[in-house]
Design a protein around this ligand. Structure first.
Ligand SMILES: Nc1nc2c(c(=O)[nH]1)N[C@H]1C(S)=C(S)[C@@H](COP(=O)(O)OP(=O)(O)OC[C@H]3O[C@@H](n4cnc5c(=O)[nH]c(N)nc54)[C@H](O)[C@@H]3O)O[C@H]1N2
Ligand SMILES: Nc1nc2c(c(=O)[nH]1)N[C@H]1C(S)=C(S)[C@@H](COP(=O)(O)OP(=O)(O)OC[C@H]3O[C@@H](n4cnc5c(=O)[nH]c(N)nc54)[C@H](O)[C@@H]3O)O[C@H]1N2
Ligand code: SF4
Ligand SMILES: [Mo]
Length: 721
């Protein structure tokens, strides 16, 4: 049959009253390509379709992505500013009334000014997030430093990417989450993936992961749980939580023993190998097996496969990073690529699975307490001067370095910080040690929260500002490859909601700092200033214009000028970013977790994600399909553990740590170590596992140890007796 007789005309299959807006998903770092379908009569978003012409995800999306459009016109959207006059209702949903923008702005500026007059500039803080565009992240950093003049700004990437950032900076001298584009992954010969539940958390990477095996290559997975990738892996290294440093040292020991190191590369392009050799000497397969609990032969085989693979990519995620030694873990796994020289060429390298949609860009441009736009250090006078010139301020005015996200919360509890402007984050669910965190939020004199759905954290606010969703604004984000891409506007903001950048410009004017902000009237105005502010920095976006992004399917940073097409592969010339051009192989002695199981708390507790929910769940718990699929949290345990405690599937059980206790339903599965419990963290109030987690911080990244603590379990019936 001729093609035109049988096949549908897919070019013209859309409804005549429909237009398509090319954009990317609102959620994770994959940033899958999608078209939002917009009804041209109502100008409302009515649906979505995947983009087959997007090179990274080629038509693939996950359950969150295909329902993301349902956020825009959801009935729970906040349509107008909300004010609560009765501070005694803090921590509840009660007492909010609708107000005009004028009244909300007046209340905010009055309170901010009063607090700063009484307690100084640094009595105010900004806590932000990276579901925002680069332009919004950039302006948030400028707003804190220039409009509020406070040093206290930090963001939710401290709970997410900061250990990867710290590790890459130490090993390579630069922090770009992936040394190569995702389109290389399926062409490599061996993937060594540690602490990533790729199938649930970056599902649209999976076709590339499976393709490695289909081509005859190998997949090695390190995870205490038998995740979908671990199940199909050639080797599953089922380690005890918190023992990655021993595993990576043990593999390195074997690479040296097997003569799988690239001595010429090590000699020419790295430092630190001799010291590292000394440290890993004792990590024999026997000793490594003793610490990690992995069978010795599996460790030997994994080292053999990685060592002999012509090309290999080491990949990891929060499983290794959300530990008190997350930075060491990152450098220890990165060592494997450096000693074997499997880096700085196509199909070989190191990558972290960046978490949030703009987890990469959002950390580079000034939301982190120690950074200014372009990955510039706030402690470096030359860097401060460069940014001050763009901002039009005296370098003397630039606030100094502040503290990390969790440490800001500690300062709130101590009344050192009195006011909080929270945007794009929900720490009342996602921060560790929640009993303490909620008390700290209650202690604040004044709190503003900007969100588009009322979150558990908004319950602590005095004023709630209605933000727009990702589909009602435009700008760029940087995906997990380091590729700068464009988010497009598909609908006008609903109700009286506004983009965060607009709120900041209007607030700055009312704080008498309009001269630095009033010229920024569109997202594009901010984009222009933002690119200039990054010029000459390590993360240089100057050449990444919106036009070029559109023409090239994104632009990999660094991209320094009009002619530059960007940098998909890092280190092709084997030059790293340390002053001597060499990478650092790090000597990392083993240390344990902040809290190890003992007689009182005999099991490991680890936490993470399911495919149906995103982070604190404030967005996905409202989408009917997603909440039907994953309505509540549960505690995953091995059948042997359930038997030992006399527990049945779906029975309620109490978990207790040194910080809190709460009740979950039992889920029995063989896909976890018997000494370990796992709980997904996407739920609020009494269902939040972070009531129990440990805020032990990594000394470099200040990342809390979400992935390991010690827990005790009680059958509820036994408590009644
Ligand atoms: N569905 C979904 N996808 C998401 C997100 C989401 O909320 N939901 N969030 C996005 C964000 S912001 C992030 S940061 C990423 C997170 O992506 P991932 O890091 O892949 O997700 P997690 O579930 O936090 O943890 C990954 C794995 O680490 C394992 N693990 C626990 N302890 C250890 C350990 O000590 N060592 C090792 N090697 N492994 C360990 C867990 O068993 C788990 O399988 O996902 C992104 N994608
Ligand atoms: N136990 C445990 N805890 C964890 C983790 C874990 O693995 N285990 N993982 C950690 C990780 S990796 C992360 S990334 C954090 C994330 O934790 P959070 O920062 O709490 O992440 P979200 O749930 O995305 O919160 C974003 C909030 O901002 C809103 N929002 C989205 N876009 C915008 C916008 O453009 N403007 C404004 N104003 N608001 C917006 C959303 O509705 C939501 O309420 O959680 C961390 N907490
Ligand atoms: S949540 Fe991540 S994997 Fe799923 S569609 Fe969105 S960007 Fe893609
Ligand atoms: Mo994250």
């Amino acid at each position: 049959m001729p093609k035109d007789k049988f096949f549908r005309d897919i070019e013209n299959m859309h409804h005549p009253d429909e237009t398509l807006v090319k954009t990317h998903c609102s959620y994770c770092g994959m940033q899958c390509g999608m078209n939002l379908r917009v009804n041209t009569k109502t100008n409302k978003i009515i649906g979505v379709e995947p983009r087959y012409d997007w090179p990274v995800t080629v038509g693939k999306m996950c359950p969150k992505g295909v329902t993301a459009y349902q956020q825009t016109n959801h009935e729970d959207r906040i349509l107008r500013p909300l004010i609560r006059d009765d501070a005694s209702l803090k921590g509840t949903k009660e007492g909010f009334r609708e107000a005009s923008w004028e009244e909300a702005y007046d209340k905010i500026t009055d309170n901010f000014k009063q607090l700063q007059t009484r307690y100084g500039k640094n009595s105010l803080s900004v806590f932000s997030g990276v579901s925002m565009t680069n332009e919004k992240c950039y302006l948030t950093g400028k707003f804190a430093r220039v409009a509020l003049g406070t040093k206290y700004i930090d963001y939710n990437g401290r709970f997410c990417m900061s250990s990867a950032a710290g590790g890459f900076l130490r090993s390579f001298g630069v922090d770009r989450g992936s040394t190569l584009p995702w389109t290389d992954i399926h062409e490599t010969d061996c993937l060594f993936i540690a602490g990533s539940n790729t199938a649930d958390c970056h599902p649209t990477s999976m076709f590339r992961v499976w393709e490695v095996q289909t081509r005859g290559g190998y997949l090695i997975v390190a995870d205490p749980r038998e995740t979908p990738i671990a199940r199909r892996a050639d080797i599953h290294l089922d380690l005890r939580p918190g023992t990655d440093l021993a595993l990576a040292n043990g593999i390195l020991h074997l690479l040296i023993k097997n003569n799988d190191t690239d001595d010429a590369f090590v000699e020419k392009h790295t430092n630190g190998f001799e010291e590292t050799k000394e440290v890993v000497k004792s990590f024999t397969p026997e000793y490594t097996s003793e610490i990690t609990g992995i069978e010795k032969d599996k460790i030997i085989r994994a080292a053999h496969i990685y060592g002999k693979a012509p090309n290999a990519i080491v990949m990891f995620a929060r499983g290794i990073e959300q530990q008190r030694k997350g930075v060491d873990n990152v450098s220890a796994y990165t060592n494997l690529a450096l000693v074997t020289g499997k880096i700085g060429r196509p199909k070989a390298g190191v990558a972290t699975f960046t978490g949030q949609g703009n987890g990469q860009g959002g950390r580079e441009h000034g939301q982190k307490s120690d950074l200014l736009p372009g990955y510039r250090k706030i402690t470096d006078p030359e860097n401060v001067k460069a940014v001050s010139e763009v901002w039009g301020i005296d370098p003397e005015e630039m606030p100094e370095e502040g503290v990390s996200a969790y440490e800001m919360i500690e300062l709130m509890a101590q009344k050192e910080i009195r006011g909080l402007y929270l945007l794009c984050s929900n720490p009342a669910v996602s921060a560790p040690n929640l009993n303490f965190v909620k008390q700290a939020l209650k202690t604040l004199d004044f709190m503003v929260c900007s969100d588009f759905f009322i979150s558990e954290s908004a319950e602590f606010a005095d004023v709630i500002l209605p933000a727009v969703s990702w589909s009602e604004d435009e700008g760029t984000v940087t995906n997990l490859e380091g590729r700068i891409i464009k988010i497009n506007k598909a609908q006008e903001p609903i109700g009286e909601s506004k983009p965060d950048w607009q709120m900041q410009v209007e607030l700055a004017e009312r704080l008498d700092r309009g001269q630095y902000f009033t010229h920024l009237q569109t997202a594009e105005d901010i984009a222009d200033e933002f690119r200039r502010a990054t010029k000459g920095g390590v993360a240089d976006y100057y050449g990444a214009t919106w036009d070029k992004i559109d023409k090239q399917d994104g632009v990999f940073w660094p991209c320094i000028d009009e002619k530059d097409t960007g940098t998909p592969h890092m280190f092709l010339d084997k030059t790293f970013y340390h002053p001597d051009g060499k990478a650092k192989i790090c000597a990392l002695p083993y240390r344990g977790a902040g809290e190890e199981p003992d007689g009182d708390y005999p099991l490991y507790l680890t936490t993470g994600r399911v495919v149906y929910h995103y982070l604190s769940g404030n967005q996905t718990r409202r989408i009917p399909f997603l909440s039907d699929m994953a309505p509540e949290p549960y505690v995953e345990m091995h059948p042997d553990t359930a038997r030992a405690y006399g527990l049945a599937h779906e029975e309620a059980v109490r978990l207790t740590t040194r910080r809190g206790a709460t009740v979950f339903k039992v889920k029995i599965t063989e896909a976890i170590r018997p000494d370990t419990l796992f709980v997904p963290y996407h739920y609020g109030h009494e269902e939040a596992i972070n009531l129990l987690t440990n805020a032990a911080l990594d000394p470099i990244s200040r990342m809390p140890e979400f992935k390991v603590c010690a827990v005790r379990m009680h059958k509820l019936e036994a408590e009644k007796v």
